[in-house]
Design a protein around this ligand. Structure first.
Ligand code: T4K
Length: 382
């Protein structure tokens, strides 16, 4: 038996944590006030601070990103078909199904990984009421082309911006686009409150409606004006968020350090395509998606196996595609011929580990293992 201890596994991400002392300090106030939820003072403060940080006017905190999507769609009183992407986390489509809306899967653009405007237009029918694109990996969709289509066909646009915290495009916050944008603050996200999310609203009236929807539809003690739900963020989660915010720029800078190190070390490998962060004015480096094309000597799944054998656990975001899941297979648009680019990306993309605390030593270990798998060199070679 070998007495060599295997190195610690490196996962695709590792949650960034705020200083515990700061969370404790905020929680002392909670213990004194005994206001634990239902729009307490920390919740209000986090809404204000996040809106200021993100450069948006109105933001409603929600218990998680999936409920935020559910409520955003509900707030717009949609019916019929909604054009969306097959290349996302399943929550994107689940939010539609929960609202009784029919997802119609369109194709994506191979550079942005967001919905391809031409494909959106080809999917429009008389029953289409909205578009639900995803700023996948935090890469901006073609927001202007999507808005033009929405205007031409009188459709709503709800951006699933779960990955796009802090991303800026040519005109400021990416989150200003569309009718509503939805963020996730899950543990694995750039900004986390353990679980959490938010809806970016264009005006105070929409925020009010969303605030009611997340609180059972209550207008006041004796009035329920909509089919609401409980999707409130607690004071505990808000405390984590408030403690995270002062460190968020440094955390994004650390992510950028990791992305640049990958770019330096993985440039010349046959069949390995690196991500393009340049489309954002300010990127957030939420993910580091590489493509393993047919020019590489092994395919994506073989690379996953090789890396796992070295204790490195990347993730195939997003494989399977949403329409490949059993629940969606009977959907009328669940046909890979309708979204060939998404199908290809589902076979080729691999998200390498990226998070602020990823050490240089671990980065070297990952790069050596990727290089070894592709060139046949030894992973032990520096
Ligand atoms: N829309 C989009 C486009 C999304 O990507 C998501 C969520 C949503 C909507 C919905 O938002 P939320 O309702 O979640 O707020 C993860 C996340 O659970 C999910 O939030 C995320 N997208 C999705 C892309 O990734 P899994 O199944 O890959 O997570 P998991 O638990 O395997 O975590 C990945 C790695 O992270 C683990 O290998 C280790 C590390 N990890 C994870 C957790 C939860 C930790 O070190 N500590 C932790 O606490 O889905």
């Amino acid at each position: 038996m070998s007495d060599v201890t295997p190195p610690e596994p490196i996962y695709v991400t590792r949650p960034h944590l705020p200083p515990l002392a700061e969370v404790t300090r905020l929680l002392e106030g909670v213990w004194e006030r005994r206001i634990l939820t239902n729009g307490g003072p920390l919740h209000q403060q986090l809404e204000e601070e996040l809106a200021a940080y993100l450069g948006v006017e109105h933001l409603a905190l929600v218990a998680n990103g999936t409920l935020a999507l559910l409520i955003a769609l509900k707030a717009l009183r949609l019916q019929g078909e909604v054009i969306t992407t097959p290349f996302s986390f399943v929550a994107t489509s689940e939010a539609l199904s929960w609202n009784g809306l029919e997802p119609v899967f369109a194709d994506i653009d191979p550079h942005t990984y967001g919905l391809d405007p031409a494909s959106i237009e080809a999917c429009i029918t008389p029953r289409t009421t909205a578009i639900l694109p995803v700023h996948c990996y935090g890469f901006p969709c073609d927001v202007e082309a999507i808005q033009r289509i929405a205007d031409d066909y009188n459709l709503k646009v709800i951006y699933d911006a779960a990955h796009a915290f802090g991303v800026e495009c040519h005109c400021g916050s990416l989150l200003q686009h569309g009718d509503l944008s939805v963020l996730s603050f899950h543990a694995t996200k750039v900004f986390n409150t353990f679980e959490g999310g938010a809806i970016i609203c264009p005006d105070a009236k929409t925020k009010k409606r969303i605030d009611r929807l997340k609180n059972f539809g209550f207008v006041d003690e004796v009035t329920v004006a909509a089919n609401g739900i409980n999707a409130k963020m607690s004071e505990l989660h808000a405390a984590v968020g408030l403690a995270q915010l002062p460190g968020i720029d440094a955390a994004i800078a650390e992510r950028q350090r990791v992305a640049e190190a990958y770019r330096d070390q993985l440039t010349d490998l046959p069949g390995l395509l690196l991500p393009e962060f340049g489309q954002a004015q300010r990127a957030n480096y939420a993910y580091f998606p590489v493509r393993i094309t047919d020019q590489a000597p092994l395919d994506r799944d073989q690379l996953v196996e090789r890396l796992r054998a070295e204790g490195i656990v990347p993730r195939r975001y997003f494989h399977p595609l949403i329409p490949e899941f059993q629940y969606y297979r009977s959907n009328a648009s669940a046909d890979p011929k309708r979204y060939p680019v998404a199908a290809q990306m589902g076979r080729e993309v691999l998200c390498l580990p990226i998070y602020p605390e990823l050490s240089s030593a671990d980065l070297q270990r990952i790069c050596r293992a990727v290089r070894a798998a592709i060139t046949g060199s030894s992973p032990d070679q520096p």
